[in-house]
Design a binder for this molecule. Sequence first.
Ligand code: PMP
Length: 425
Amino acid sequence: GPKAILEKKKKYIMPCLAHFFQDPPEFVKGSMQYLFDTEGKKYLDCFAGVSVINCGHCNPEITQKVVEQVQSLQHVCNIYLTENFVNLAEKLAEVTPGKLQKSFFCSTGSEANEGALLLATIYTKSSEFIALRNGLHGRTKLGMSVTGIGMWRTDPNPCGGISFAPNPYCYRCPLGKKYPECDLECANQIEDIIKTATSGNPAAFIAESIQGNAGIVVPPKGYFKRVKEILEKYNTLLIIDEVQTGFARTGKMFAIENFDVEPDIMTMAKALGNGAPISAFIASAKIADTYTRPGASTLGGNPVSSAAGLAVLSYIEEHNLLQNAYDRGVQLREGLAELAKKHPIIGDIRGLGLMNGAEFVHADKSPAFNELDEVLEEMKNRGFIIGKNGISRNVMAFQPPLVITEENINDVLNNLDDVLTNKKL
Ligand code: PMP
């Protein structure tokens, strides 16, 4: 049971892996948008394993393809020829924006970002980077170094040559400005940073299209267009991290499409495998073709994970998940806006599609993280697993499987209303 596993975890798992709930359930089964614990209790999953399970838990159509592949050929390493990873790369070229064409497969988001930064260095011959404050890109040395969140920067001696730009967080503008009168000052500052904090032509600017861990920070319209204009003047590449936002999450295949901008390199992971470990970075042929020195990732794009990726892309298309993510997102944000009128603890609601955050604040706008924890614990007891993020851990995060129904959303909203009312928030 959960108590015994929790004890064992303390003994055998490194303590950096903190736990979400005070009284965590032990999950043993998943079925589409639902999870089940050891007691057989059913939960509506509103976090999807942090934006991984976009097509639902143990989705039968995807599971079948994965099982068939496990039974025929599990692994040879991609230095040998198999067809799945090549077919998946062809598909990715079709569904990603613009000229993005050639992929490199690995297994985690961190590796995809590390690879993308490396490719930018190969192409530009610079190893200077600009990243966003509050961004999160991974746990490798360089990935952690471009991560702008103190709590994730465990290494006291990160890589040099990295500058941070203010993030486009309008609810708490780091520059104290208001959109649109600000004229995107946060984007404009990237030019000053290039001129004053780099040797003049940094390799790349890396950003999530919507900052996930920072608390679902959705940039204002026009932000990435302005950024791209600046970068092009200095031959600096735009790397977009779609690890958390990709694969229909925001009602578009990739969140950057909401901003009408083509990245030079894009990274993806999580939902690409719907639980199978697979990640990739993709670039135009012009950029990708400079990566000629030998490089393979042993398990990258293995036949099984690639079969999962192919099945995910088919499922998204055949079941119109783009539309459902869009529609359910609108429904959720409208419902949350109604709740915010009654419950002042909800200070801001942000999101696109089914990537949504509700920021919990006190009357003076200070972060209400303890209250959020209480609400999340109570919602869990009622059978709803809801996520949490934000620099002050005060943002309620809704990133459910994209197969969630209208009735499911109403159910979450009604229970949330009830919990906030009972707790007088
Ligand atoms: N980029 C983003 C935007 C992420 O959210 C994460 C993980 N939460 C990563 C990169 C790192 O991915 P992974 O944990 O698969 O290495």
